[in-house]
Design a protein around this ligand. Structure first.
Ligand code: MN
Length: 192
């Protein structure tokens, strides 16, 4: 069975004014859809047809890896955001971030720094690297599962994620993501 573009977990205009309907029409409707379409073309007729997305990501290389990983990364990114999200998390998650990074502000600074210093296209992540919480950044389609880390949160810093709304101001987009969009409930659920 072919891979399908999953439903967005919110309405197309639900993240406005931080991320506009127009950005989502292109980013979800065109870019994410294209990754899914190219993934399906890439596995068709190969021994990867019928594999789970994660198995394809771990087995594939080159263009097929890029399309499989980008399919996964974008679904993960949509689920990293929610209307009226962001800010400092409370509860056990807030305690875990405080223990790992010293404070929420220190985490926020490290995550933002990763997002800002990813040269060109890529992703910044909060992960569980096996020894605890840490921040990482990956270029292009690369992702934590290729580095034996479990993804907990991501922000897409490809220009297509922010250029329509913020032009070249990646810092404003990342600040907005942190302060208004992070879905901490989904992060907490992933930590289990
Ligand atoms: Mn993207």
């Amino acid at each position: 069975m072919a891979f399908e573009l999953p439903e967005l977990p919110f309405a197309m205009d639900a993240l406005a004014p931080h991320i506009s309907r127009r950005t989502l029409e292109f980013h979800y409707g065109k870019h994410h859809q294209a990754y899914v379409n190219n993934l399906n073309k890439g596995v068709e007729g190969t021994d990867m047809e019928g594999m789970s997305l994660e198995d394809v990501i771990m087995a594939a290389e080159g263009g097929l890896f890029n399309n499989a990983a980008q399919t996964w990364n974008h679904t993960f990114y949509w689920n990293s955001m929610t209307p009226d999200g962001g800010g400092e998390p409370g509860g056990d998650l807030g305690d875990a971030i405080g223990s790992a990074f010293g404070s929420y502000d220190a985490f926020r600074q490290e995550f933002t720094q990763a997002a800002m210093t990813q040269f060109g296209s890529g992703w910044a992540w909060l992960v569980d690297d096996g020894s605890g919480l840490s921040v990482m950044k990956t270029p292009n389609a690369d992702l934590p599962m290729k580095h034996s880390a479990k993804a907990l949160l991501t922000v897409d810093v490809w220009e297509h994620a922010y250029y329509l709304d913020y032009q070249n101001a990646r810092a404003t987009y990342v600040d907005t993501f942190m302060d208004h969009l992070v879905n901490w409930d989904s992060v907490a659920a992933r930590m289990g």
